[in-house]
Design a protein. Structure first.
Length: 87
């Protein structure tokens, strides 16, 4: 397993490449198709991993939510409102 510091170091080394790839996806990818592909990869990756065993991703990495995402999460949770905490 790769440590958090190794992931951060690898990401920092490839920041420019990652930003170009994200820009390409934003301008060329079909969002629904990309989400479906990501879901398949995510499910495959975590099919044998218990996220409750470590919580490192949830505790260590920031997540940026668009307003539509916040509304979808609130709706999924059956809440009329959802307030995200800022650090």
């Amino acid at each position: 397993m790769v440590s958090q510091s190794e992931v951060k170091a690898m990401a920092a080394k490839r920041m420019d490449e990652n930003m170009r790839f994200r820009a390409f996806l934003k301008n060329h990818a079909d969002c629904d198709e990309l989400d479906a592909q990501f879901a398949v990869l995510h499910n495959e990756l975590f099919s044998h991993h218990d996220c409750c065993a470590c919580h490192n991703c949830c505790e260590c990495y920031d997540v940026i939510l668009e307003q539509d995402d916040v509304k979808a999460i609130a709706n999924f949770l059956g809440q009329s409102d959802f307030v995200a905490c800022e650090n």
